[in-house]
Design a protein. Structure first.
Length: 320
């Protein structure tokens, strides 16, 4: 009798056929393919195919290292900071996509990201973020105590930014602080202090980040309005190009002041002139606010950072 009234076992939930980690390889070749597929998704998650974020993080770090080191930064420090740029940018992409995993599927540009498309599970993303965080911690431990403190603050900035843009209309400036935090770290590492010129350079980087990330936000403005994400592109509205232009002028002025403080000469000023030319081109690109053109303008900022660094490096190279 008891057997007749025993409840049927609950059906097992069906696995989403699009979900990657169905790891039950039948042979070695299948195992290799499964691992390769997983690593590919992780590479997409940390944006290895889009290195623009690495460049935008790297240029301020190199500016600061060259100025603090009088054109000859310590080789070990240079390698640590370059590795740190890569690791922290990767970690930032992972935690950003984790925070936006329920928003990205509703945005045309981001709906195919691994977390949004459910090719990577949230738990996997967190584990990858922890691994990257441990690597970043190890790199920070190679520094002196003062830059370690700044590195810890930088980690807080990187982790908190993805959630800030839901509540604050100026998240681009907060991102700028996070992207420029290598500046005070570099001065603390080389000089043992963070002088006035470091904060001036950080101000230039914050304004620059507000410029390029506003262009980036212009790409998604319609989707962001629909789903409730805040940005300077939404806040500035029809005045976006004017405000961007004003910030571009402030970036150039702040960098000129940095050059005055560091007693930089003709080569550095030539780099700023070349940077002004790239800023002018970006204004032309965003003239109609067309998303694809705004995205090209965002990417163009890599060349701004490059020419400023070239001018800086040449100035120290040919200094008498």
């Amino acid at each position: 009798m008891n057997a007749e009234f025993r409840p049927a076992p609950a059906p097992k939930p069906r696995r989403d056929p699009q979900y990657k980690p169905s790891f039950k390889p039948k042979n070695a070749r299948a195992a290799v393919l499964a691992i390769g597929s997983t690593l590919r998704e992780y590479a997409l998650l940390i944006r290895l195919h889009r290195p623009i974020g690495i460049w935008l993080l790297m240029w301020p770090a190199l500016w600061a290292l060259w100025i603090a080191g009088q054109g000859r930064p310590d080789q070990k420090l240079l390698l640590i900071y370059l590795a740190g740029v890569f690791v922290m940018r990767s970690a930032g992409c992972v935690i950003n996509d984790y925070a936006d995993r329920n928003f990205d599927p509703r945005v045309e540009r981001t709906r195919d990201r691994p977390l949004a498309a459910k090719r990577v599970a949230p738990g996997e993303a967190i584990m990858l973020f922890i691994v990257l965080g441990l690597i970043a911690t190890w790199l920070a431990m190679q520094l002196e105590p003062l830059p370690r403190l700044y590195a810890a603050a930088g980690g807080v900035l990187a982790v908190t930014y993805p959630w800030l843009k839901r509540y604050v209309s100026l998240p681009q400036f907060y991102l700028g602080v996070a992207f420029g935090w290598s500046v005070p770290m570099a001065f603390a590492s080389i000089t043992g202090e963070v002088p006035r010129i470091a904060w001036l350079l950080l101000a230039a980087v914050v304004l620059w980040a507000a410029v390029y990330d506003t262009m980036y936000a212009m790409v998604d403005r319609k989707d962001d309005l629909r789903i409730g994400i805040k940005s300077t592109a939404i806040l500035f509205g029809d005045a976006d190009r004017i405000v961007i232009g004003a910030m571009q002028l402030m970036v150039l002025f702040a960098l000129w002041l940095v050059g005055q403080e560091a007693q930089l000469g003709l080569w550095y000023r030539a780099g700023l002139v070349a940077g002004a030319a790239f800023f002018t081109y970006e204004q032309w690109l965003i003239r109609d606010r067309e998303p694809a053109a705004c995205f090209r303008a965002f990417n163009n900022n890599h060349y701004f950072g490059l020419v400023v660094f070239i001018g800086l490096a040449l100035d120290y190279l040919y200094r008498g």
